[in-house]
Design a binder for this molecule. Sequence first.
Ligand SMILES: [Zn+2]
Length: 260
Amino acid sequence: MEIWDGHCHISGYSGTPAERVEQMVALADLMGVARLCIFMGSTFQQDPTPEQLRKANDEILDALKAWSSRAFGFVYLNPKHLDISLAELERCVRKGPMVAIKLWVAQHCDTPEVDAIVERAITLDAPIFQHTWRKVSGNLPGESTAVELARLAARHPKATFICGHTGGDWEQGIRAIAPYGNVYADLGGGDPTAGFAEMAVRELGEDRILFGSDIPGRSYGSQLAKVYGARISDTAKAKIFTTNLKGILTPALARKGVAL
Ligand SMILES: [Zn+2]
């Protein structure tokens, strides 16, 4: 099966951004992964300053120069620095090669600042990947839950959202996003617990689930197992591994003239 990985980072490798992706691609080749979505820089900043945002995005732009044949870039934004974030969206997506947006833990995603980013994203056909988690030990100050993403998605039915980690506590995450057809479940990160993909197929349908690994924070073995080992049809597996992600990225890729 062709595999597209919707969730990869360039941290945890060594060298320049291009060299980091080279190491990632070597791993992807071993595991049969064709395409990689990359976002955030070689070091993670939970609440990046404007300078840190630009540096992180510059690193992804550098990596894409060498690896546009295998990798797609998502621009990293921080809603707390809204003007800078909209400028980064302009620089990296409208005028640059990136095709989607990554939001992490700086700001809860249901706050009004995020609306301006979403409205701009709609005009660019850029999906928004929002990290979500619900931690027993308590979330980080700005860390979003799947419930918060569901609230944002309800306000923006024309936007496309990816629920990063499906809320971490995925049994709750799946239920939170289920009513919103514009929200896709990311299987990436977390342990390879049995039942995740099965419940997602049952509750969301096989068209709203995306394979993501969250490498190198997680291994390909543990993440691919969530799909390969799931008791779902081969058709559903193919959709999760390729078709669904390809579908939501195609409008943005078409704008860039990327032939698939
Ligand atoms: Zn991640």
